[in-house]
Design a protein around this ligand. Sequence first.
Ligand code: AMP
Length: 442
Amino acid sequence: MNQTNFESLGIGGKFLRALKDVGYIQPTPIQAQAIPHLLQGKDLLGVAQTGTGKTAAFALPLLQRLDDEKSPAKPKRPRALILAPTRELALQIHGEFTVFGRYTKLRHSFIFGGVGQNPQVKALARGLDVVVATPGRLLDLAAQRHIDLSEVSILVLDEADRLLDMGFVHDVKRIVSQTSQDRQTLLFSATMPKAVSLLARDILNDPIRVDVSPEEMTLKEIDQRVVMVGNGDKQRVLEHLLHGDEVSRAIVFTRTKHGANRVARKLENAGIVAETIHGNKSQNARQRALQNFKNGDAWVLVATDIAARGIDIDNVSHVINYELPHEPESYVHRIGRTGRAGATGVAYSLVDPSERSRLRAVERLIKHSPVEVVVKIPPRDPAETAVYEESRENRRAASSRDGSDNSNRSGGQRIRSSGRSSSNQSYGGQRRSRRRRGQRAA
Ligand code: AMP
């Protein structure tokens, strides 16, 4: 492990004080590698996802360089711009600037859509050193001449792959072209698809490359498990997993916004307090949901990929992929919401027969096969519940006798679900009770 500290990387007194306040003692690998170069004004291409400490890696040297310039903030003309794909990420970055800049006189704020523009316009008119923005609103305000980017001498593109995925490529290029020619440019991306490397080639000048790949960082700290589920059984498997003792705080990922609403509604019906976060929700509703999840009023958050991007919440014990994502890279992002800053976490993926090819794609990307576990769900019917409880007790007794428990943590050994027969056995009760409900409804 590296033995450097922030002072030896070149970070100065007022920032060391702020670091001490938040208890960061040792730089993370990306901080150790990036900070000295960034302080010298070098461009940087960072292959890193959230959870690696990349925000502090760019925020600290950026603030220090601006602070050293000792020039007062000018109305409408920020000196640094951070572009982020989502409002949540913009707010989070802004939060870190608040923390690290607290002993300076530097002024910073955020610009994003979904809320009224007036407070943002007023803040710009008063003068800001640093602006953290999403592309759409930023271009709106630039078109209305509330902001002039020509003096932006430090530009950061955060989560560039997601910016491009979300269709912001032209917006990003327009924004970059309005900034100063002699700027320092930093580009961070969790993945490096061709579109991102082309953009990087266009806008970076002889960059330092820092690569903190997910394999090194997050994945090894996360216990990844796959549960093969029959068609239509996901919700019950999910509820069963969430009721498990080991789950203290969980994020459940769905592919669609409607899916997120549906899953959360059913969880509530099952007595599990869940919040949802997705792109159809207003900014206020998203913030409220996040807050309730952070402060523990809800211990389950159901999210889509885009809304969850960059969310930084500590102590998420479990990530559950209700559905596997279209892009295997998103799997890495999702499970990175647990196991943050060195903590361990568990990631389950519920895979039905139609998703097997998606699972193969994930396995190819991460060069590893998550452990397959069998989850036996209790039947809904009270009579069947008693039988289930009894068989669960038997399983417990058996597992304490032979020291193994197939339905739980599997210590790296691959556990085969016994295919059809096991799944029939696991879910037969449910199928029976569903038939009965159907009969009642008919
Ligand atoms: P990021 O990759 O910027 O989203 O950061 C991930 C998490 O790591 C955040 O919760 C930070 O507060 C935390 N963090 C960043 N740098 C350090 C550090 N040097 N020591 C301890 N925690 C850190």
